[in-house]
Design a binder for this molecule. Structure first.
Ligand code: GH3
Ligand code: MG
Ligand code: MG
Length: 380
């Protein structure tokens, strides 16, 4: 389903002065830089001076309207556009938008991400084949998670020309309809294309879901080792580009074998879950992440953070795990604890992420030897 941004505002002045937002409701939740940005991105604005029931009614209405598939009709003739749109109005489950030239069509396509384009091959400022090519290039440039969307394009043409048809398909078109076209054929064709679009969306959604699952640890629900490795490579490159420091914190639960021996493996699993949550909640920046690195080991990536900052974060993580107050009769002071190794460096062309990991691991080893339940920094 297409994203819908709805801005709930208690008052708003068009010049931007003195406006104040109650809250933003976004699907999916995404922090916005500022209120004006929210106003720019919103699909609808609802004023909170209205009764709450009216507000929610309007919210539902806008969301439903926005979730309808849109069909973009592109034809230089206003009467043709009107005829096609009138015919499509027979499908209450779709919304129609229309453009008379290539520039406007391009603009509408980028703005509305329609589900289907009905495109007259003869336009005045460009030809339909070039526009189809532009649409495909735009879709490729917007690839997300390795998937580029593919919006069906059906050409409308008044001439039956095999070569033109072949060129249209090569440029990225999916089908041809010869005009004038009967309502029955147009509606049937639109239905069949929308069915393919719906199937494509289902495949994308399950691909997204699988991708998410493949990056999460099944027991603790925090990122897994694979996610950690991918993020470390990406953040390493980013810090190299921006000439900023990168820190790693590796932690390991103290005397965990004995915890399992005394309390059982299931209690061990619950303990690991609780520790994962406490470590995760100790990170305040969006770019920070903590992953399950191995059995009872966790590792955090702190981009743009130097040694002192990383030490402070590791100390916060240590306290947070300790404050869970999970009894451990053979642990440090009768409670579960973790030890932490910290390493930090500014990535350069001669260094590798492995160096940073090894240094953090050496720090962890030092923390264990020094008595556990503590943080140790190691120079990378
Ligand atoms: P140290 O303080 O030196 O780290 O001692 P330790 O006992 O924690 O270290 P050791 O490496 O000897 O033991 C780690 C234990 O963690 C052994 C293993 O059974 C347990 N463990 C690893 N993964 C899991 C898991 O998913 N669930 C449970 N319950 N235990 C796990
Ligand atoms: Mg271990
Ligand atoms: Mg351990």
């Amino acid at each position: 389903m297409e994203e819908t941004n709805i801005l709930l505002a208690d008052h708003f002045k068009e010049n931007g002065a003195g406006h104040k937002c109650l809250r933003y409701l976004e699907i999916p939740a995404q922090p916005l830089a500022d209120e004006m940005e929210a106003v720019r991105q919103a699909d609808a604005m609802i004023f909170a001076t209205q009764p709450i029931a009216t507000l929610f009614q309007a919210l539902i209405q806008v969301t439903l309207e926005n979730s309808k598939p849109k069909i973009l009709v592109v034809d230089h003739s206003a009467s043709n556009r009107a005829l096609i749109c009138e015919c499509l109005d027979q499908l209450p489950e779709v919304q129609t938008i229309a453009a008379g030239d290539g520039t406007h069509a391009n603009h509408l396509f980028c703005e509305h991400s329609p589900s289907l384009v009905l495109l007259n091959i003869a336009l005045q400022d460009t030809d339909g084949i070039s526009l189809a090519r532009e649409i495909r290039n735009f879709e490729r440039s917007r690839q997300h998670n390795g998937f580029a969307s593919w919006t069906p394009i059906v050409f409308l043409s008044s001439v039956m020309d095999e070569n033109l048809l072949a060129r249209g398909i090569l440029a990225g078109g999916d089908d041809f309809l010869f005009t004038p076209v009967s309502e029955v054929i147009l509606l049937a064709k639109v239905r069949s294309m929308l069915r393919i679009v719906a199937m494509q969306q289902e495949i994308h959604a399950s691909h997204r879901q699988l991708k998410e699952i493949s990056l999460l640890d099944g027991l603790t629900n925090i990122p897994n080792r694979r996610h950690f490795d991918e993020t470390l490579v990406a953040e390493w490159k980013r810090c190299l580009r921006t000439d900023s420091p990168l820190s790693i914190v590796i932690s390991d639960v103290d005397f965990f074998k004995q915890f399992n021996d005394v309390y059982g493996h299931q209690a061990g699993d619950s303990c690991l879950s609780a520790i994962a949550s406490s470590l995760n909640e100790s990170l305040f920046r969006v770019e920070d992440m903590v992953a399950r690195y191995g059995g009872e080991e966790f590792a955090a990536i702190l981009p743009g953070t130097d040694t002192d900052g990383a030490h402070a974060v590791a100390e916060r993580m240590r306290r947070s795990a300790r404050e869970l107050c999970i009894p451990h009769e053979r642990g440090v002071g009768g409670l579960v604890s973790c030890s932490f190794g910290v390493a930090s460096l500014k990535p350069n062309a001669n260094s590798l992420p492995l160096q940073l990991l090894q240094a953090a691991d050496a720090g962890l080893y030092a923390a264990k030897r020094a008595g556990r339940n503590q943080v140790s920094v190691f120079d990378a």
